[in-house]
Design a protein around this ligand. Structure first.
Ligand SMILES: [Zn+2]
Length: 243
């Protein structure tokens, strides 16, 4: 048995969650043909699990590959890998607390990365956004002529630095990346980042917006991160996605 096969065998429940997460994110319109979701290996923190290059809505168990924190797939000859896998490797290297990462190009978030209007929580389920959502500006370190993609570990490290200890980072002109302490947690944050962006833009069209205070955002985030609350929505999404 190869190293990768052994690592997959010791992570079966996380692999199942990852397959579900791919399909959930597609059903929730957070990802389309692009975007990806990964999980840190539950036994070996120096490895993570991510599909081979494939549209998320059609990912199956056999698509899940094992990667090192350098962003390279292990024992995967002939398998195509995502160009932007370094988003995941760099965040796992920088943030030991992160167990799952979702990267997407979800559309409602984009305006908040290309204007000076900050993304801020407008409802309780989005309280995790907190007082400040960072924006990664790729031009700062890499000039005005990139294709905006995170196609190297150096680009991933710069993006992870912008993320800092936040739950979400916006990527100017590109998309966003959400992290969590479990696959369910990261998926929840990715879905509700998109929801908040849509609601905030709707609210701003109506008039001045009464945002959550920093204290309200913190208290709401604590409530919604509790396993009881998260499990209720995750179990529903997962049963629909794997049906
Ligand atoms: Zn991307």
């Amino acid at each position: 048995m190869s190293t990768a096969s052994q690592l997959i065998a010791t992570a079966q429940s996380v692999v199942e969650d990852l397959v579900a997460a791919n399909r959930i994110l597609y059903r929730q319109k957070v990802v389309d043909g692009f975007g990806h979701v990964s999980a840190r290996h539950p036994v070996d923190p120096e490895r993570f699990l991510l599909s081979q290059s494939k549209a998320p809505g059609s990912v199956e168990r056999s698509d899940i590959l094992v990667y090192g924190l350098d962003g390279e797939a292990i024992d995967a000859p002939g398998r195509r890998v995502y160009l932007e896998r370094y988003i995941h490797s760099a965040i796992y290297a920088a943030r030991p607390d992160v167990m799952a990462v979702v990267h997407s190009h979800s559309p409602a978030v984009i305006p908040f990365g290309v204007t000076d209007v900050p993304l801020r929580p407008v409802m309780h389920v989005c309280g995790f956004l907190g007082a400040h959502v960072p924006v990664f500006e790729i031009r700062d370190g890499f000039g005005p002529a990139t294709d905006l993609l995170i196609r190297s570990q150096a680009l991933g490290a710069a993006m992870a630095q912008s993320l800092g200890d936040a739950p979400v980072v916006l990527m100017r002109g590109h998309g966003s990346t959400a992290v969590g302490v479990s696959v369910a947690h990261a998926v929840y944050r990715a879905v509700y980042t998109e929801v908040n962006a849509r609601l905030q833009a709707d609210s701003m069209r109506l008039g001045p917006v009464n945002f959550l205070t920093a204290e309200e955002a913190y208290a709401a985030a604590e409530t919604n991160a509790s396993p009881n609350v998260l499990t209720r929505i995750w179990d529903l999404w997962k049963s629909e996605a794997l049906a």
